[in-house]
Design a protein around this ligand. Sequence first.
Ligand SMILES: Cc1cc2nc3c(=O)[nH]c(=O)nc-3n(C[C@H](O)[C@H](O)[C@H](O)COP(=O)(O)OP(=O)(O)OC[C@H]3O[C@@H](n4cnc5c(N)ncnc54)[C@H](O)[C@@H]3O)c2cc1C
Ligand SMILES: *[C@@H]1O[C@H](CO)[C@@H](O)[C@H](O)[C@H]1NC(C)=O
Ligand SMILES: *[C@@H]1O[C@H](CO)[C@@H](O)[C@H](O)[C@H]1NC(C)=O
Ligand SMILES: *[C@@H]1O[C@H](CO)[C@@H](O)[C@H](O)[C@H]1NC(C)=O
Ligand SMILES: *[C@@H]1O[C@H](CO)[C@@H](O)[C@H](O)[C@H]1NC(C)=O
Ligand SMILES: *[C@@H]1O[C@H](CO)[C@@H](O)[C@H](O)[C@H]1NC(C)=O
Length: 237
Amino acid sequence: MYRLAVIGSILSLAIPTLGLCRCRPHESCWSSFQDWLALNNSIQGQLVSVRPVAAKCSNVSASWPDPFWRAAEPSAVQWENWEAWPERNQTCYIEDRQNTTCGQGRVSLYPAKVESTSQIQETVAFVKRHNLRLVIKNSGHDFLGRPSAPESLQISTHATKDIENFDKFMPTGAPKDGVGEGPAITIAAGVSITELYAAVSRHNRSVIAGASGSIGAGGGYFQGGGHSVFGVWRGLA
Ligand SMILES: Cc1cc2nc3c(=O)[nH]c(=O)nc-3n(C[C@H](O)[C@H](O)[C@H](O)COP(=O)(O)OP(=O)(O)OC[C@H]3O[C@@H](n4cnc5c(N)ncnc54)[C@H](O)[C@@H]3O)c2cc1C
Ligand SMILES: *[C@@H]1O[C@H](CO)[C@@H](O)[C@H](O)[C@H]1NC(C)=O
Ligand SMILES: *[C@@H]1O[C@H](CO)[C@@H](O)[C@H](O)[C@H]1NC(C)=O
Ligand SMILES: *[C@@H]1O[C@H](CO)[C@@H](O)[C@H](O)[C@H]1NC(C)=O
Ligand SMILES: *[C@@H]1O[C@H](CO)[C@@H](O)[C@H](O)[C@H]1NC(C)=O
Ligand SMILES: *[C@@H]1O[C@H](CO)[C@@H](O)[C@H](O)[C@H]1NC(C)=O
């Protein structure tokens, strides 16, 4: 609460018309149906509207514990408790009786399953214009629940899978002496650790990455330092 208040007061100093909080569905500032349509059109129809994953109870049971399925599914994260919003009694657990209400919880209302940089840019611009809560979900492994939030819009990075291998990597702006920096691999935000290991091994190389294969190599893993079984040998990722 304290942190929110501080951020709010900084914002209200900078942009007096902006309220303390993000727009929510019950408020008049919430984006109109036409606004959502426009966002969807601007990102080539990649916007979806979801219910918590347990609402699909008829056929979801087999996948329920599968971390790769949870990474790809915008209406799930890896830890069920981060799909629930207990303060509002909004839960949707697969064990719940069928006659109980399936609450949306912290599951984003609208995930944008982005496939390109321009789709990310369009979505971020929309969020800013309409004062919405934004979350970024890569694999949904986060222990602090950051890839879900009540009444939010989600950018799902999962479908971005570009991988490029270099024998002599040249960073942008490096001296043009043709020397390069040695072997490197560049990956899009949604590449998983399993996909990264497979890509480097095709070139007989190794990379410092984590233990759980469904984690995204380029998102929260790097931001958290990047621990690995090779850490004592080569340091953090
Ligand atoms: C079973 C298991 C094993 C693990 N093993 C290891 C390990 O061996 N070594 C290790 O270091 N860690 C390990 N972790 C921790 C893991 O690295 C973190 O949970 C990490 O935050 C997951 O990142 P993600 O991007 O895959 O997941 P997410 O939960 O989707 O994202 C994590 C955070 O990063 C943000 N984020 C993701 N992508 C982007 C992006 N492109 N731009 C900006 N923000 C982004 C999200 O909003 C969120 O706040 C493990 C976790 C689990 C559950
Ligand atoms: C976005 O457009 C696609 C393609 O027309 C459609 O399948 C999808 O349901 C739309 N999303 C929303 C939230 O309306
Ligand atoms: C569940 O049903 C949907 C739609 O019929 C289908 O696309 C999906 O593959 C099914 N999932 C499982 C795990 O059977
Ligand atoms: C949640 O449920 C509990 C127990 O039934 C009840 O006491 C509480 O008032 C409910 N809270 C909300 C926000 O509905
Ligand atoms: C839900 O169903 C169970 C049996 O499956 C029953 O015992 C319970 O009373 C029902 N609850 C409501 C609110 O209808
Ligand atoms: C892979 O690299 C290792 C270590 O540099 C080397 O010993 C091995 O011969 C290489 N294998 C192939 C198939 O290039």
